[in-house]
Design a protein around this ligand. Structure first.
Ligand code: FAD
Ligand code: NDP
Length: 316
């Protein structure tokens, strides 16, 4: 038996694709993963508390509850969901082949929506069960406006465009934003560096490292080390944001789709088409710019519509 559409992933992109594909009578099969990319089925939103910028929830909604609702809506229209991680695909010819540890199958079209995982460093105080999500975050756009950060000094780790952008964004809320970078030179583009440097609330600590985050229940102090002199300083702060890059979940593709130099799936601009006709990519796995639930959902919708058009033109 050959499935029409197999969707790999479990965040807003995958479930929006499933809702659209199911309502188009394509009987989608969705593999939601089992701790794939180190995250529970449901994707990155399962790791956060309140989501306040997803339209339709004027009072906010908890990340896990929003994920449960996406899943329930997929099921309502007949999506078949397997809690299994796809470990292999063969995209060399149609029908495409796929495999998890428990089954193998074939599909006429595939939608990849496996997301990306924000990188975190293993710094004492920042781990799960310590101050993670109690002032420590990996998404300034998502968490920066929380009351706990208002009028307080904040830290961003990283020297790339994300760090510059997040630090500049955080100056709207914090009294001061320290950027901690491990080298003497930033990696960020000149324009982003200039914007951050021009902001009077930003101070860049070059050749520094955060070595510990301290606090009772919430972040209160950040311990930094000057990598040249070895000097340690404890600086008052209410938040620490990692901006050290993301890792897209594309290892299982085995190099069969064109990826960029960081491993993101390359899509034809303005579409979700990948380098293999019949394979579509949606959400953070192909988007290193916006990385938001609503943009992921939007591209999941586009992937399902494009898969539907593709299957009409190429039924076998
Ligand atoms: P993801 O949410 O990344 O989910 C993909 C999932 O697919 C993976 O997590 C895994 O479960 C599954 N998977 C991976 N590989 C496989 C495989 N091989 N087989 C089967 N399944 C697989 N955005 C907002 O808009 N508002 C917010 O408030 C907000 N808060 C955030 C807070 C945090 C802490 C983080 C980390 C992110 C936050 N974001 C927020 C960003 C948002 O979560 C992402 O942009 C969005 O979840 C991306 O959706 P996605 O569908 O591309 O995939
Ligand atoms: P990058 O990989 O460009 O930068 C990551 C930064 O984090 C680097 O400065 C790196 O240091 C530092 N870093 C990595 N690991 C660690 C660690 N363990 N401890 C401390 N520091 C660490 O990622 P970004 O997310 O910034 O950007 C990804 C892509 O997205 C880029 O192509 C960027 O241009 C693009 N982007 C564009 C934006 C825009 O134009 N508006 C906004 C955001 C992203 P080092 O330099 O020493 O390697």
């Amino acid at each position: 038996m050959v499935d029409n559409v197999v969707i790999i992933g479990s965040g807003p992109a995958a479930h929006t694709a499933a809702i659209y594909a199911a309502r188009a009578n394509l009987s989608p099969i969705l593999f939601e993963g089992w701790m794939a990319g180190g995250i529970a089925a449901g994707g990155q939103l399962t790791t956060t508390t309140d989501v306040e910028n997803f339209p339709g929830f004027p009072d906010g909604i908890s990340g896990p509850e929003l994920c449960d609702r996406f899943r329930a809506q997929s099921l309502r229209f007949g999506t078949v969901i397997h809690t299994e991680t796809i470990t292999r695909v063969d995209l060399s010819k149609r029908p495409f082949r796929y495999a998890s540890d428990e089954r193998e199958g074939a599909a006429r079209a595939i939608i990849i929506a496996t997301g990306a995982t924000a990188k975190r460093d293993d710094i004492p105080g920042t781990r799960d069960g310590e101050l993670w999500q109690k002032g420590v975050s990996a998404c300034a756009v998502c968490d920066g406006a929380l009351p706990m950060f208002r009028g307080k000094p904040l830290f961003v780790i990283g020297g790339g465009d994300s760090a510059m952008e997040e630090a500049t964004f955080l100056t709207k809320f914090g009294s001061k934003v320290y950027i901690v970078h491990r080298r003497d030179e930033l990696r960020a583009s000149k324009i982003m560096q200039d914007r951050a440097r021009a902001n009077p609330k930003v101070e860049i600590l070059y050749s520094h490292q955060v070595v510990e985050v301290l606090g009772e229940g919430v972040v209160q102090q950040t311990r930094v080390k000057d990598l040249k002199s070895g000097e340690l300083r404890d600086i008052e702060s209410a938040g620490l944001f990692f901006a050290i890059g993301h890792k897209p979940n594309t290892d299982f593709l085995g190099g069969q789709l064109k990826l960029d130099d960081q491993g993101y799936v390359l899509t034809t601009p303005g579409t979700t088409e990948t380098s293999v006709p019949g394979v579509f990519a949606a959400g953070d796995v192909q988007d290193k710019k916006y990385r938001q639930a609503i943009t992921a959902a939007g591209s999941g919708c586009a992937a399902a519509l494009e898969a539907e058009h593709f299957l009409s033109a190429h039924p076998e």
